[in-house]
Design a protein around this ligand. Structure first.
Ligand code: PMP
Length: 927
């Protein structure tokens, strides 16, 4: 359809080159002209409303968000009293153009959250203009459309009063499928149309986004959850907001239906009015007027809140409720039958407990289908207690009969009794007993009161219990979701946290010392989703496709599918992942005794002596702690006690640990993202690249401490220049500083030519700090110092460290020293490290993106031209089954610091893997 003359004229007058192409619009006439949108507003438009939009767009654009939003480019009056506005055109495909998956939905939630956050402080008189799409006004649309009325009635009565209690702010309010733009990566890239901007609680805008996204989803109530979780990741949703969201989604659908009816009456020819209607009525019909309780549980779970808000109180009550036995013979010591295998349960003679069931033959039946295609409800929510048929079942708690039923069909529950209980604090919960005999279940009437110990029924036999071996299905329900005897007895593994909140561990009733809980693994995607809410994102994950590693051996890690990865990252599991000698030593001690250092113990003193013997004189006094960070923190305290000063000199780009005291002395942190800058008491010497750089230490050292890694690691696997440490230590000591060698990364034979990194520099530090490899993965750290400095620390204040020096840690650490010695690992590091370095140098000579290969022993680095190249190589290697990490001030260094258990074949694999990856990276590298 060609553009009308007035649009062409306006485009020309506003300096837009090209033919205007009409775009859909509700109230305005919109055209795309090249990289711009031309909007024509008819005479009678409200200037204040346009000003509101322009001001809001400007406000959001100024916030510099990841999601793009349009901006006003220019505006001009039109002949006859209208106005023309030119907005920037945003690239991207409308959300409505294709089906969208979980990641796209999550990005939509994040986009809406980002814009809400940016609008939080935005004020404008137009915000309170009384927009018809303002959710707070939804009740006014009652009586317009029959299909919408039940929802709007409920909104007016039940939702609006609570909605008014929530804080309101400017919200975009119109993330519908035509206003959301998606980039080439399939994620939301932009949001347009600020015409419905108004002041309302944020959850109203969320409800708009959810409602329209849900119209295109097959299982909307479950598939929409990533959208809500995505929003919550950036702008936390409060439980009270979530409590209203289900109703608000329905309200928005009802508003849409009512508004369409009104507008059709006003403008019978406007086709745009119909666009968003497709699917809206169908969705509202599917959802119903009132959100089911399960919907709220799902929303809460998706945001990391426990699904059932009262579950906490139920568990707290049951911990102290003193439940009585459910059957005659004591269950303690009952064998537990695990149904993961193929065998049917044995006939019960003794009580036995069936736990986590994932018997495919059983659950393949349609009765166990869940909402999502192909998904089965395989998570057993109760415990099965195997007893002979006819066995009396006793009420473990006082209660009232809530429901009684008899369902003898195959796979079903036979006779069922559900009891009601109360916590004493007004919280109600239920217990459920399945597979009873018909006669016994039907003896009870709903409302009947049972006392603890009263018989509530007898076990049915196979002919009347659903065809199972005789057993009791015992289940606690923090809510029966309104289903009574039809309560869920199994749930999906995908919603495991939700179902465990609905049905807590039945051992709260049984009280068996061995427990009845099974802990089925979570799928990769579920781990990721749960991490996003329950674990702070400040804890990062490696690789574009994070790995789920479940096992390690030697220098290899294995994922859940059994795929092997060569590990060149982990210098913690120094002598090899899960080294049997270390495991046996720690486990044996764990089985014997673990306590603190206030008792005499062979292992504590014995290990301290063995460790000190690896260090040169006069390093002979040992403190055992829990980590490298704790070791460095204690080292700073020792230095301060000895010198009376807290001044610290560090090397640039260094990292010394995660405690406050160490973030303060780590330029890698205080000068990095989120860092607070260099504190007063800290000075930073240049990262040494030539012996002359030691002069920096002369210039900067003060009385206090000089701390340096013997081979700076996060700074990019740097080998200190020959002679540097000797001169630097001399300068530091001349200024009155004690010299601390941080050997957390480099110790225990890794560097090959020496057992400790500082030995390569020909120095003896005053304090040495140890961590990572010391316990082969068991958390332990150490500080070794001189008797003189140790004496300065005797100020009268006790040093107590609950876990430091415990016998289990010492047993692990002692085994590490033994393994290094007995397996000749230092010599191995020297030989194999030399071979690997030669291989890396050969690659460096051939590939344009490599700047330098460097390192000592099995502490190696490959510096590339840029971070992009380093990341690309690490990702390619990961895909090929070789794990590398990147670091260095420019993130352009590939770090290689494998367990010393790495073999010659592994080294070959590494070089074979790097070759094509470096070739690829060189192609886009500019040197
Ligand atoms: N010092 C150095 C040189 C380190 O690399 C690290 C950890 N990367 C630490 C100290 C702190 O060790 P941890 O994280 O075990 O406390």
């Amino acid at each position: 359809m060609p553009a009308p003359d007035d649009a062409r004229l306006a485009a020309e007058r506003l300096g837009l080159a090209g033919e205007p192409a009409p775009l859909p619009g509700e109230a305005d006439r919109n055209y795309r002209v090249g990289d711009h949108v031309l909007k024509l507003h008819a005479p009678g438009f409200e200037p204040a409303v346009l000003d509101l939009q322009d001001a809001a767009m400007e406000h959001v654009a100024a916030a510099g968000l990841a999601v793009a939003t349009p901006r006003l480019v220019r505006a001009a009056p039109l002949d006859g009293g209208g106005r023309a506005r030119v907005l920037s055109w945003l690239p991207g495909e409308p959300w409505a153009a294709a089906p969208r998956g979980a990641e796209a939905l999550r990005s939509l939630g994040r986009a809406v959250a980002e814009i809400d956050a940016a609008l939080a402080g935005f004020e404008h008189p137009g915000l309170d203009r009384g927009l018809r799409w303002d959710m707070l006004r939804a009740a006014e649309l009652r009586g317009v459309a029959e299909a919408a009325d039940p929802v709007l009635e409920r909104f007016a009565e039940r939702v609006l009063p609570r909605l008014r209690e929530l804080p309101a702010q400017a919200i975009h309010n119109d993330a519908n499928e035509h206003n959301v733009l998606v980039g080439e990566d399939g994620l939301v890239s932009g949001l347009i149309d600020f015409g419905d901007l108004c002041r309302a609680p944020r959850v109203c805008g969320m409800a708009v986004a959810c409602a329209y996204a849900m119209t295109a989803l097959a299982v909307p109530e479950r598939e929409v959850l990533p959208l809500v979780a995505g929003y919550h990741e950036l702008a936390s949703l409060h439980p009270e907001e979530l409590a209203l969201l289900g109703d608000l989604i329905r309200t928005r659908l009802a508003v849409s239906i009512a508004m369409a009816a009104l507008q059709r009456a006003e403008q019978p020819d406007n086709e745009y009015l119909l666009i968003s209607q497709q699917g809206v009525s169908a969705l509202l019909e599917r959802l119903g007027a009132e959100p089911p309780e399960l919907e709220l549980l799902r929303l809460r779970d998706a945001c990391g809140y426990e699904a059932v808000p009262t579950a906490h109180a139920v568990r707290a009550h049951l911990r102290l409720a003193g439940a009585g036995p459910v059957c005659g013979p004591p269950l303690a010591g009952a064998p537990v039958i695990d149904f993961s295998g193929d065998d049917p349960p044995p006939p019960a003679v003794e009580p036995a407990l069936g736990r986590y069931l994932e018997d495919r033959r059983v659950y393949d039946s349609a009765a166990f289908e869940a909402e999502l295609p192909g998904e089965r409800r395989t998570l057993h929510l109760g415990v099965d207690v195997f007893l002979p048929a006819g066995e009396p079942i006793l009420a473990p708690l006082d209660g009232t009969v809530r429901a009684v039923a008899f369902r003898p069909e195959a796979r079903d529950w036979g006779g069922i009794v559900v009891l009601d209980h109360e916590t004493g604090g007004g919280v109600h919960f239920h217990t459920l007993y399945g597979h009873l005999s018909r006669a016994s279940a039907e003896r009870l009437q709903p409302g009947a009161v049972l006392r603890r110990g009263d018989e509530l029924g007898r076990l049915g036999d196979e002919s009347e219990n659903g065809g199972w071996a005789p057993h009791l299905h015992l289940q606690i329900l923090t809510t029966d979701l309104g289903r009574g005897s039809d309560a869920h007895g199994v749930g999906t593994l995908a919603e495991r946290d939700l179902w465990e909140s609905v049905s807590p561990d039945p051992n709260l009733l049984l009280g068996l010392p061995g427990g009845v809980r099974a802990d089925p693994p979570r799928a990769r995607d579920q781990l990721l989703a749960a991490r996003r809410t329950t674990i702070s994102p400040v804890l990062s994950l490696s690789y574009a496709e994070p790995l789920k590693i479940v096992r390690g051996a030697g220098a290899h890690l294995y994922d859940e599918d059994g795929r092997a990865y060569l590990d060149l990252v982990n210098n913690v599991c120094h002598v090899g992942h899960a080294h049997p000698r270390v495991v046996a030593s720690a486990a044996a001690q764990m089985a014997r005794l673990n306590t603190n250092t206030r008792y005499l113990h062979d292992l504590f003193v014995g290990y301290a002596r063995r460790l000190a013997a690896t260090l040169p004189d006069p390093l002979s006094v040992v403190f055992l702690v829990n980590s490298g960070s704790e070791a460095n923190d204690l080292a700073l305290r020792l230095a301060r006690a000895h010198t009376g000063r807290r001044d610290v000199l560090v090397l640039d780009h260094a990292y010394h640990g995660n405690l406050s005291s160490l973030v303060e002395i780590s330029p890698y942190k205080f000068d990095g993202p989120g860092g607070a800058g260099r504190p007063e008491h800290v000075r930073v010497a240049r990262l040494p690249r030539s012996a002359g750089d030691a002069e920096d230490v002369a210039r900067l050292a003060r009385r206090g401490a000089f701390i340096a890694e013997s081979l700076p690691g996060v700074a990019g696997q740097i080998v200190l220049p020959d002679g540097y440490l000797e001169v630097a230590y001399a300068h530091a000591r001349a200024a009155g500083a004690v010299c601390i060698a941080d050997e957390v990364q480099t110790g225990f034979g890794r560097v090959g030519r020496a057992f400790w990194g500082f030995e390569l520099g020909g120095v003896v530090p005053d304090i040495v700090t140890l961590g990572k490899p010391i316990g082969n993965g068991h958390p332990i750290g150490a500080v070794v110092t001189t008797p003189e400095i140790a004496r300065s620390f005797q100020t009268g204040m006790e040093y107590f460290n609950t876990f430091g020096g415990n016998p289990v840690s010492c047993a692990a650490a002692l085994a590490v020293l033994d393994v290094i010695a007995d397996e000749g690992l230092q010599a191995h590091a020297l030989r194999l490290g030399g071979r690997m370095k030669a291989g890396l140098e050969e690659l460096a000579a051939r590939h344009g993106c490599v700047v330098e290969a460097r390192g000592e022993g099995l502490f190696l680095g490959l510096e590339l031209t840029g971070a992009a190249e380093a990341t690309a190589v690490a990702e390619a290697a990961c895909r090929a089954g070789v794990l590398l990490s990147t670091d260095g001030p420019r993130r352009n260094v590939l770090k290689l610091k494998p367990p010393l258990a790495i073999g010659d074949d592994d080294a070959e694999l590494l070089l074979r893997t790097l070759d094509p990856a470096l070739y690829e990276a060189s192609r886009f590298s500019i040197r």
